[in-house]
Design a protein around this ligand. Structure first.
Ligand code: BGC
Length: 717
């Protein structure tokens, strides 16, 4: 039997249209809303075909269309609430680690891995592509996002999505847009001017969508300029489907739909997690809106067309996901390990403390359950591989999500990577016991952790007092204390001056222990660069005060309590992260883009040019140290008039053998240079002189140049 969409030579749009033409109204409505495919309360059951995941929409077998099985998220195929007992998955390092790699090829490879696992577990939609700008350094989900910079975020998220979709699995990008904090995530109204929005958060999504062509976009829980993101005409119709001509579908976040007619008119196509909402808006109320002529059949058809065309475009219908496909978890773990290795940032290394020499006699490892594994972030993205250590976590949407340590023990890996006669572990719970254990050791490696989760922002920027005291006391008596951070974002480091070596390992995933040990002992030459600024204190932030989490709810759905509150993001506008620090002339603890290596690099001969609109910067990079290593060449630009602070306009990761030189040329992304003109509704580059410089981080220029750019305007119409 053949189906209408199988006619040779049809485009994805034509294939989709052929199916829509045959669908009944009930078949269409069955795809417009759906409950979470996880039993939430006793007695809840799933349709027999549902695998058990974030969502399931039934197959249309007579038309050869498989069921939609949707799973979370960006960091692996998660099984929220333990919905698929025994089904374990590979945990990627947090997206911050991916951001720190500055390596789009790696993003694509980790995306492919994720897509392969999703496909082999029977899923054809992966709720991945976290692409929010990290505006709020204390945000609970920052570990699911990539960076504070639109170019880095857009490029990396785009490549990750491209990797996922290459495996016939649709990916989302989420949570569109300005969904910067968890506290009151269903009540927070992000206020920001159009130009600032276009030049920051929207630009990250725009680039990710250009590069990755994700099949779906998920708006956030929050409001943007007074309207919920899921019924925000400006975001969904004017920008996404209008200016960007986005052809895919818009699915709400789970329990984030607030209306039928308004939402559809604004551009929402699917009500996800409808059982968490006050009402299944996209069933009876939407049917009534059709009867009353508020919504037309053509609008409904367009909503379905968008879903189907995305599925056809990545081959999800032609190559249906194969549940039970053999998955090579050992290979996947190596991919996750490589990501963690590339994302670890060496923040301090006095007197070449690192790499540790292999022939130490006794090493003491302390804290953060480093004997068992490495910390993971919590919430819908949390993957729990077999053998994970689980502790009490957080309740969100009525589901208990544990605090998980992925089973990749740094202690075991340290033992494997060193020739030390003795490697001991102490929990760190008792500082005195840790001091005792450290006596007579050659090196002390302290693991310090900071747990964040969906629905749980960090309160302040500090590690726990206990961990700070532990590090203080040990570094006061021991000369060789190495600190390894496992954090969901920036933290303050009051003991920094007393510690000779410091690594930021983020949440490093299934290969995390081995990756950390690889850097500690020099098998891996660290090359990560900070994708976020580390502030010296919360006082330096555009929003030093946090909303008290006890006054708001973070939970979506029926139980939304509390008042909508505004967050004025025009304070910093488009000057997020390092741009804010430059504008305020503040010195952070560590700037965006910073990271050390075990080798050194030299930069020479910066050339700038603009030919037929294209701006390029070229320079020669030399590895002048004694080991092979990778550097991230970073190019920043700022108008000499100071109209806006420096912006990262190009980057490239380059690996060089010792003594090797390479001439590289980087194209500058014009949308990062331009400013958005809200009156004319277009981008414009002002004719004036610009400082364009290569820097080792956002605050440390090395090669400086100037170029007068010619005026340019460009838009969408
Ligand atoms: C999260 C989404 C996720 C969805 C489905 C929501 O709580 O915000 O990122 O995809 O749940 O699990």
């Amino acid at each position: 039997m053949s189906f209408p969409w199988q006619k040779p030579g049809l485009t994805a749009d034509q294939q989709a249209a052929a199916v829509v033409a045959e669908m009944t109204t009930d078949e269409k409505f069955a795809w417009l809303s759906g409950p979470m495919a996880i039993p939430l309360k006793k007695g809840d059951t799933l349709p027999p075909e549902a695998i058990g995941s974030a969502a399931y929409y039934p197959a249309i077998a007579r038309l050869g269309i498989p069921a939609l099985q949707q799973s979370d998220a960006s960091l692996g195929v998660s099984a929220l609430g333990g919905v698929r007992p025994g089904d374990h998955a590979t945990a990627l390092a947090s997206s911050l680690a991916l951001g720190a790699s500055f390596d789009p090829d790696l993003a694509q490879a980790t995306g492919e891995m994720l897509g392969r696992e999703a496909f082999g577990k029977g899923f054809n939609v992966q709720l991945a592509g976290g692409a929010n700008l990290i505006r709020e350094p204390r945000g609970g989900r920052n570990f699911e996002y990539i960076s504070e910079d639109p170019l880095l975020t857009g490029v990396m998220a785009g490549h990750s999505v491209r990797g996922i979709q290459s495996q016939h699995v649709v990916s989302t990008v989420k949570h569109f847009a300005v969904n910067a904090q968890e506290t009151g995530r269903v009540l927070a109204d992000s206020r920001i001017s159009e130009s600032a929005l276009r030049e920051s958060d929207l630009l990250a999504f725009e680039l990710a969508i250009d590069i990755g062509k994700p099949g779906a976009v998920m708006p956030g829980y929050n409001l943007v300029n007074g309207d919920w993101a899921s019924e925000n005409h400006f975001l969904l119709s004017q920008v996404l489907k209008g200016d960007w001509q986005y052809p895919g579908w818009v699915m709400s976040d789970w329990g984030a739909t607030h209306s039928a007619t308004k939402a559809v008119r604004a551009g929402l196509d699917v009500q996800s997690g409808a059982n968490l909402d006050k009402c299944v808006w996209f069933d009876q109320p939407l049917r009534e809106a059709m009867t009353q002529g508020e919504i037309t059949t053509a609008q409904i058809d367009n909503m379905i067309q968008r879903i189907l065309r995305s599925l056809f475009a990545c081959g999800a219908i032609q190559h249906p996901a194969q549940r039970g496909n053999h998955l090579d978890y050992s290979w996947h773990q190596l991919i996750a390990q490589r990501e963690a290795e590339q994302g670890i940032v060496l923040l301090k290394n006095d007197q070449q403390t690192l790499p540790l020499p292999p022939e130490l006699t006794r090493i003491v490892v302390i804290g953060a359950h480093a004997d068992k594994g490495v910390l993971a972030g919590g919430g819908s993205s949390a993957v729990t591989p077999q053998g994970s250590l689980q502790q009490e976590g957080v309740d969100f949407m009525g589901i208990q999500t544990p605090k998980v340590y992925h089973p990749s023990s740094p202690l075991v890996a340290i033992r494997r990577n060193s020739l030390a006669k003795q490697v001991d572990f102490v929990s760190g719970e008792s500082i005195d016991a840790a001091l005792d254990a450290s006596q007579g050791s050659d090196a002390v490696i302290i693991f310090a952790e900071e747990w964040r989760s969906e629905a749980l922002d960090a309160q302040g920027l500090d590690l726990s007092d206990h961990q700070n005291r532990l590090i203080d006391r040990l570094s006061a008596v021991h000369p060789k204390v190495v600190v390894v951070l496992e954090t969901g974002g920036a933290v303050t480091l009051p003991w920094l001056d007393n510690v000779p070596a410091l690594l930021e390992a983020w949440y490093p995933g299934s290969g995390g222990g081995e990756a950390i040990a690889g850097v500690l002992f020099g098998r891996v030459n660290p090359a990560g660069r900070l994708p976020i600024t580390f502030p010296a204190s919360a006082q330096q932030l555009p929003h030093p005060e946090q909303v008290d989490p006890s006054t708001t709810t973070s939970l979506p759905g029926v139980e939304v309590k509390g008042e909508i509150f505004k967050i004025d993001y025009d304070v910093e506008g488009a000057d997020v992260g390092y741009r804010w620090f430059e504008r305020q002339q503040q010195k952070p603890l560590f700037p965006f883009g910073f990271g050390l290596s075990y080798t050194q690099f030299r930069y020479e001969d910066l050339q700038l040019c603009q030919t037929s609109g294209e701006i390029t910067a070229s320079l020669t990079l030399t590895n002048c140290g004694e080991r092979e290593g990778s550097d991230v060449v970073q190019i920043y630009l700022r108008p000499t008039s100071g109209r806006y602070p420096s912006r990262l306009v190009a980057f490239r990761k380059v690996t060089l053998a010792p003594g090797a030189s390479h001439r590289i040329s980087l194209c500058i992304e014009p949308r990062v240079v331009a400013q958005w003109d809200s009156t004319e509704q277009n981008w414009s580059i002002t004719e004036e002189e610009y400082d364009i410089y290569q820097a080792t981080d956002a605050a440390t220029p090395v090669l400086k140049g100037k170029l007068t750019l010619t005026a340019q305007t460009f838009g969408y119409r």
